[in-house]
Design a protein around this ligand. Structure first.
Ligand SMILES: *Cc1c(COP(=O)(O)O)cnc(C)c1O
Length: 438
C-alpha cells in the first residue's frame, strides 16, 4: 500500500515540519482512517489525481463546494476573466449585487445578505446579529452539529472535533462557552426543557437542518418546525446553518425543500464555487441592524471580493440552469445520481448482510457502518453507541485503491457533482461491493 503513496508521504513529512500536523484543517490529516493524507495535484470533472499519479472519483469535492465538479470550464473562465481585470478592490462591485440577487432568487425567504469569507465567519456574525437584535446573550446549539470554529461554537461540536475525539478545545474561555447551551439533536423535548428554564435569556437557536458533520443524520418529521416555533414563542431567533445544505439538498436549500422559515440563514461552501465565501442572510428588518445600515459591526478586507463572487455566480447559474428546464438542470442530474448511489449502497448492504445506515438528500449522502442491523442513528449520542468504529478505515483505504475517494472519516457527509456520470456511480458501487465482500 505504501508504495502507492510515496510522493504523498514525502510531501506530508515536509509539511509537518512547517505546518502544525502538516495540514491547514484537522480532518485532512486522516486521523479518522489512519495512515497519512493523500496530496492532490489536480482535479477535472469528477476526477482527482494525486501527486503519485493515482486517479480517484471524488466524493468529497472540497467538502461540498464543487457542485459542478473540478475545474468546470464556465467557472474557470469566470475566474480567469475577473482575475485579468483585478482580483480585489476593497470597494463595492456589481458582482456582489448580482450574486446577492441570485441567492435571493433561489432562497425566497431571504431578503438581504452580507458576504463574508468562510462559513465560520457567517455563523459567528449571524450569532452576533441575533444577540444585537434580541439584546440577549445565550445561544442553544446541538451536540455533534458543527458551525465553524468560533469560540462560542466549539462546544459539543461536530466535524474534526468528532473525528479526533477532542473535548471542547483548550483556548476557548469559560466565558465564551458559558453562554452556549447544548441539547441532543432530534430531541425537541430537551430543547423545550432548556427554554422553559432560560428561554428569556436565549438570543437564538442555531441548527444544521441535516446534521452532516457527525455523519448524516436527518431531522425527524416536525423537529425543525418545532424548534422554530419554540424559539419564536420565547422571542428568540432561529438560525438555520445551511453552509453545507445550501444549494446542495435543493436549489433553495433545506428551507426551500421543507418549507422552513428561519429568521437568519448561514451560507458557505457552494456559494463560492470553490473560492472562499460565506454569507449570512435573512429578513430585511433583522439584516438592517448590520453596519452601516445599523449598529452591529462586522467587516472584511476581502469580503465580497470579485474573484469569489464570479466563481459563485458562475456555479449557481450553471447548476440551476437559468435556461428553463429544471428537470434537465445539472443539479437535477447530480441529484438523480446521488439517489442511485445511495440506493445501490443500501442494496449492497442488504445483499452482503452488512448493517449500513444510508442517507441521501439532493446531492448529499452519507452512510454509517452499524454494529448490528435494525439500529438507526438520530443523534450524536446514538452515533457513538451504534456506529461500528472499526470498519470504516479499511473500507476507505480499499476504496482508494480502487480509485474512489470518500471522506477520510465516517463522521462526514459525502457529495456528488454534476460531472459524475451514471458510469461513475456504477463503477463506485462495483468497487464497494467488491470491498465489502471481503
Ligand atoms: C463547513 C461548515 C461550516 C464552517 O465553514 P468554514 O468555511 O469551514 O468555516 C459551518 N457550518 C456548517 C454546517 C458546515 O458544514
Amino acid at each position: 500500500m505504501s508504495e502507492r503513496y510515496t510522493r504523498s508521504q514525502e510531501l506530508f513529512a515536509a509539511a509537518q515540519q512547517v505546518i502544525p500536523g502538516g495540514v491547514n484543517s484537522p480532518v485532512r490529516a486522516f486521523r479518522g482512517v489512519g495512515g497519512t493524507p493523500i496530496f492532490f495535484a489536480s482535479g477535472s470533472g469528477p476526477w482527482l489525481t494525486d501527486v503519485d499519479g493515482n486517479r480517484y472519483l471524488d466524493y468529497v469535492l472540497s467538502w461540498g463546494p464543487l457542485l459542478l465538479g473540478h475545474a468546470h470550464p464556465v467557472v474557470v473562465k469566470a475566474i480567469a476573466m475577473q482575475a485579468a481585470h483585478g482580483t480585489s478592490f476593497g470597494a463595492p462591485t456589481k458582482q456582489e449585487t448580482e450574486l446577492a440577487e441570485e441567492v435571493i432568487k433561489l432562497m425566497p425567504g431571504i431578503e438581504q445578505i452580507r458576504f463574508v469569507n468562510s462559513g465560520t465567519e457567517a455563523t459567528m456574525s449571524a450569532l452576533r446579529l441575533a444577540r444585537a437584535y434580541t439584546g440577549r446573550e445565550k445561544i442553544l446549539k446541538f451536540t455533534g452539529c458543527y458551525h465553524g470554529h468560533a469560540d462560542m461554537l466549539l462546544v459539543q461540536a461536530g466535524s474534526g472535533v468528532v473525528t479526533l475525539g477532542l473535548p471542547d478545545s483548550p483556548g476557548v474561555t469559560a466565558g465564551a462557552a458559558a453562554n452556549t447551551l447544548t441539547a441532543e439533536y432530534n430531541d425537541l423535548e430537551a430543547a423545550t426543557a432548556i427554554f422553559r428554564e432560560q428561554g428569556n435569556e436565549i438570543a437564538a437557536i442555531i441548527v444544521e437542518p441535516i446534521a452532516a458533520n457527525m455523519g448524516f443524520v436527518l431531522p425527524e418529521p416536525g423537529y425543525l418546525e418545532g424548534l422554530i416555533e419554540l424559539a419564536h414563542s420565547y422571542g428568540a431567533l432561529l438560525i438555520l446553518d445551511e453552509v453545507m445544505t445550501g444549494f446542495r439538498v435543493a436549489p433553495g436549500g433545506a428551507q426551500g425543500l421543507w418549507g422552513l422559515k428561519p429568521d437568519l440563514t448561514c451560507l458557505g461552501k457552494v456559494i463560492g464555487g470553490g473560492l472562499p465565501v460565506g454569507a449570512y442572510a435573512g429578513r430585511r428588518e433583522i439584516m438592517q441592524h448590520v453596519a452601516p445600515a445599523g449598529p452591529m459591526y462586522q467587516a472584511g478586507t476581502l469580503s465580497g471580493n470579485p474573484l469569489a463572487m464570479a466563481a459563485g455566480l458562475a456555479t449557481l447559474q450553471t447548476a440551476f440552469g437559468t435556461h428553463g428546464d429544471a428537470q434537465a438542470s445539472p443539479f437535477a442530474q447530480a441529484e438523480a445520481r446521488a439517489r442511485a448511489l445511495a440506493e445501490g449502497m443500501r442494496k449492497i448492504g442488504e445483499e452482503l448482510d452488512v448493517p449500513l445506515q444510508v442517507g441521501q438528500v439532493g446531492t448529499m449522502f452519507g452512510f454509517y457502518f452499524l454494529k448490528e442491523s435494525g439500529l438507526h442513528v438520530r443523534s450524536y449520542a446514538e452515533a457513538k453507541q451504534m456506529v461500528d468504529p472499526s470498519r470504516y478505515a479499511s473500507f476507505f483505504w480499499a476504496m482508494c485503491e480502487r480509485g474512489v475517494y470518500l471522506a477520510p472519516s465516517q463522521f462526514e457527509a459525502g457529495f456528488i457533482s454534476a460531472a459524475h456520470t451514471d458510469k461513475d456511480v456504477a463503477r463506485t458501487l462495483d468497487a464497494a461491493r467488491e470491498v465489502l465482500k471481503g
